[in-house]
Design a protein around this ligand. Structure first.
Ligand SMILES: [Zn+2]
Length: 267
């Protein structure tokens, strides 16, 4: 299959890509992963992913973009100075969405109050800048949906990236007119058991795909690398994992997810 794909969530500023970033991007291009959206997870990481975009933009024009955000794990860093920095970073040419932002009550690396404050500040930022939202949520669907509902009239588009929730949560996100990002969880028969049952319920015009590399290596890879590092070149396995649970062909799903991502990020 040679349909171009778009990886909407790659953590390329992660140390695990330090040694061979160029090869990682070349391999992605060779595998028709035509465009990448690098995830900004804190002010510092957002600066790093923007720098990667800048460094590569001549070699790969129109191929590599970034988000600007503060991940719920990093929400304790929230203050007015950081928010002002984030707002400036969001104006950079490479930045196509606000996030990753949201709530994570699974690990609670940052306090609940700070997670909520950081999330609301970024919802406001997205409204002011008229940018789409790249959202994360783990074990916090109730509160996340409550907050999104309050702000829903103020931002145009949002995606729940790496969706791993249950059927009820999926339908509530769809009712809020959000997109759903699917990662290699769908390729894992054990951990992804519930997701595999409901992935066919996502309307094709609401679906996007992502590796979340270097995390979540797809379990359906016949010969995974020894270091278990995921990378954008493996995005096709996420597509295969989704297709195995749906009635459409790989080509149809590829075409739809690429069109959705192009429209969503305006890339
Ligand atoms: Zn996430």
């Amino acid at each position: 299959m040679s349909q171009p794909l778009i990886d909407i969530g790659v953590n390329l500023s992660n140390n695990r890509f330090k040694e061979d970033l160029d090869q990682v991007i070349e391999r992605a291009q060779a595998c028709h992963i035509q465009q990448l959206v690098l995830t900004g997870t804190s002010v510092e990481e957002t600066q790093k992913v923007i720098a990667i975009c800048e460094a590569l933009k001549e070699r790969y024009p129109g191929r590599i973009y970034a988000t600007a955000g503060i991940h719920p794990h990093d929400a304790d860093q929230i203050n007015s100075e950081k928010l002002a920095l984030l707002s400036n970073l969001a104006d950079s040419d490479s930045v196509v969405a606000i996030g990753e932002t949201g709530l994570d009550f699974n690990r609670n690396y940052s306090s609940t109050a700070n997670q909520i404050a950081a999330f609301e500040a970024q919802l406001e930022l997205a409204s002011i800048k008229k940018m789409p939202l790249f959202m994360h949520e783990r074990d916090a669907a109730e509160k996340q949906i409550e907050i999104i509902t309050d702000y829903r009239d103020h931002f145009a588009q949002g995606v729940i990236h790496c969706f791993t929730g249950d059927k009820k949560t999926l339908y509530r996100y769809l009712d809020l007119d959000l997109y759903i990002g699917i990662t290699g969880w769908v390729c894992d028969p054990k951990r992804g058991e519930e997701l595999r049952k409901i992935v066919a319920d996502i309307p094709l015009n609401r679906l996007m795909i992502e590796t979340d590399a270097p995390y979540l290596i797809p379990k359906n890879m016949p010969n995974p690398p020894k270091n278990r590092r995921n990378e954008p070149a493996f995005l096709g396995y996420v597509l295969k994992g989704i297709q195995s649970q749906r009635s459409e062909t790989l080509e149809t799903i590829a075409q739809a997810t690429t069109a959705n991502a192009k429209q969503f990020f305006n890339i």
